[in-house]
Design a protein around this ligand. Structure first.
Ligand SMILES: [Zn+2]
Length: 271
């Protein structure tokens, strides 16, 4: 009994010490903003350049686009314009491997359960080369298709997060429940919050709920237009931009790589 009480006391003390060490330390962004926020879109869906670019450019907002080459190929000149306009182009692979529970992927043999780390790395490098050749960009950021970070199954599952850490400054997941703590977040598994299918009021409520601890909030969508589970409503997006750009809103709105570089330079690491 004595031994176990000693253990409990020691455990309590060490928990307390680690709680002190990891207690929240503030973080300052440019222009005294209390939060950083990034607007991102995945897959290079056509509506992003057909509908979204002119809206973003109207308000001089720089977004991060995680592109898949097979979609870029059908709108090359528009994506080249997006680069000229100063938007960030990032890598989302070409094969877009996700869990084979998506039947349409599994039937093509394009599931992560059936893939190896070599398969995924080749897809990443091929896409990187395409982006360089077609758009003249060395992509620094990556978004995991479907937010899945593994290959294989069961006891043979492997994470491909280390591959992303090797090739990119940042990797972003999808459908998360938290924003990023600037002093703690792993740049290879940045979280994101879904904006598809939401009204401006719903997006506003969501981001306000996640702005504690000087968080970096990354928003993620797919189509830009009207209606649909995978569509960011274009009017909601405009209202959101107006809201974020109000000087007293306290948000620093920038691309993923701009924010990550700033945080890497200024963070006080906590573990
Ligand atoms: Zn995707």
């Amino acid at each position: 009994m004595l031994k176990s009480s000693r253990f409990l006391i020691t455990a309590f003390i060490s928990l307390n010490v680690s709680a002190q060490n990891t207690s929240y330390q503030g973080f300052s962004y440019p222009d005294n903003a209390s939060n950083a926020i990034s607007i991102t879109f995945d897959d290079a869906r056509h509506s992003q350049v057909d509908n979204g670019l002119s809206l973003l450019n109207k308000y001089k907002v720089k977004a991060t686009f995680y592109v898949s080459p097979f979609n870029v190929e059908e709108r090359v000149s528009k994506w080249q314009k997006a680069v000229k306009d100063g938007h960030e182009i990032a890598n989302h692979t070409n094969k877009h491997l996700c869990t084979g529970n998506f039947e349409w992927l599994r039937q093509q043999g394009l599931s992560l359960e059936q893939a190896s780390l070599e398969d995924i790395e080749k897809d990443i490098i091929d896409s990187q080369q395409y982006i360089k050749q077609t758009l003249g960009v060395d992509a620094k950021a990556f978004a995991y298709p479907c937010g899945n970070t593994f290959v294989g199954r069961g006891a043979n599952t492997k994470s491909y997060v280390p591959l992303i850490a090797k090739h990119f400054d940042t990797g972003r997941t999808w459908l998360d429940e938290t924003a990023n703590n600037p002093n703690f977040t792993d740049f290879s598994q940045l979280t994101s919050l879904r904006i598809d299918g939401l009204t401006f009021a719903e997006i506003k409520t969501m981001i306000e709920q996640h702005r504690t601890n000087n968080s970096w909030i990354i928003l993620a969508g797919h189509e830009i237009g009207k209606g649909g589970q995978y569509t960011t409503d274009i009017n909601a997006l405009e209202e959101l931009i107006n809201y974020l750009q109000k000087p007293d809103a306290g948000y620093w709105l920038e691309t993923v790589s701009e924010v990550s570089s700033y945080i890497k330079e200024h963070r006080k690491d906590i573990h």
